[in-house]
Design a binder for this molecule. Sequence first.
Ligand code: C2O
Ligand code: CU
Ligand code: CU
Length: 500
Amino acid sequence: MISRRAALAGLVVGSAGLASAGLFSNSFVRRAIFGGPVFAAMAKPLAIPDGLAGEVRDGVRTYDLSLQRGRSTFFDGVETPTIGINGPYLGPTLKMRAGETVRMNVTNGVGEPSTLHWHGMHLPASADGGPHQIIGDGETWSPQFEVKQRASMFWYHSHMVPRTGPQVYQGLAGMIYVDDDETDRLDLPSEYGVDDIPLVLQDRLFTNSGNLFYSTSMPTRMMGMRGDVMLVNGTANPYFEARTGKLRLRILNGSNARFYKIGFADGRTFQQIGTDGGLLERPYQTSFITLSPGERAQIVVDVDDGRPALLRSFELSGTGLGGGGMMGGMMGDNLTFDLLDIRPDAGRARSAQIPNRLINLVRPDPAQAVGTRRFVMQMGMGGMMGGGGFTINGKSMDTARIDQTVRVGTKEIWQIENPSVMPHPFHIHDVQFRILDRNGSPPAPGEIGLKDTVVINANETVRLLLEFADYADPDSPYMYHCHILEHEDAGMMGQFVVTA
Ligand code: C2O
Ligand code: CU
Ligand code: CU
């Protein structure tokens, strides 16, 4: 059954909703171009991506991944052309264990060059899947690497400069679960799809005929591509029936540009147990987390009392991540909308308590760094006027230029500065880093752990401690960049090599 309404598919709630939707730049652009209604989705069970453990061949865990075009049904009776991995939209969740060797056979069948990047993973640059490991149409790329991570959720996505934005938007992304012994011992909820649930948050715009709408206009480049329909794991308006008293949610902000402030409609608290690259030392009780594009968090929510838990994205004003003023209004940052309706099942099973102590992390010691490098993220007037202008240290990305050379086996402080008017998520390949301070103050409890992507608010300076433990290769660079994909595609990216 299709129901069509003139606004945000019934997903937007609260007084700010409908009125601001008109200000919401891309949706304004969409309406100006297409007019008419948007689609509304009836509530549907949340899709859970297939888990894929691959196959062990000669001691190497091997995954066959095929990038392919397909059609997806986000709204009943409406087919949308999309791209996915082993399916029409998004890809399987790759399951692997720390310490094992994995091989990916990635075959590109999408009709244009692409790449597949393993976001957050520490691996040789030649296996990284960045803009230098292009897979031509019809070709297969087979990187192999050892899984050198703490247990966490990582993800993979196209990194096809300057087409990363549109390719990810059409569906070229998926999750990676890494397990290890240390985390297995903790007895956390870990039954995939039952009490351990991956959630990929993505906002999308649709044309009146149900196609995905991607804009390359200058306002879109500035603010990043944002949508007015929320998809979670590719499901619009999803619900989830909880069969256990506790649910572990592994949340990825897989959006091109939207930031989220995530909590529950009834204000309940929950426990954050992990950051991008691993668990926290101890659970952190909170009622909100914020995620910028590329960031992940693991939370545990208690639904033992049987009350429905409505996971919601709240307006960003007051977080420093947007909100106020005309810019915030245009970006849709003052919207509150629902993400996932969690419905506790009457026969749900009780879950074990979450331990007070999770893992040990060493305290980051800035005195161990051999030096400090500065990175200044800028959106100049050039960016506004249609020229370049999306830069780091005054330079737009050039795949032929190496911007930084670091020494293997060393630690460094990277100081990221944002003198621009909006927040940018800064992401670094190859490493899991620690945040030393934000404008001189210690990081918040929810970002004390291992990170690969960090929000740099407007007028903020954030210092990170990085370790380049191994994999010297002067010929293959790693990337660092803004994870707003339109900024990245427009040049807010640089390259570093690790040398012996
Ligand atoms: Cu998630 Cu360089 O990317
Ligand atoms: Cu990455
Ligand atoms: Cu940016």
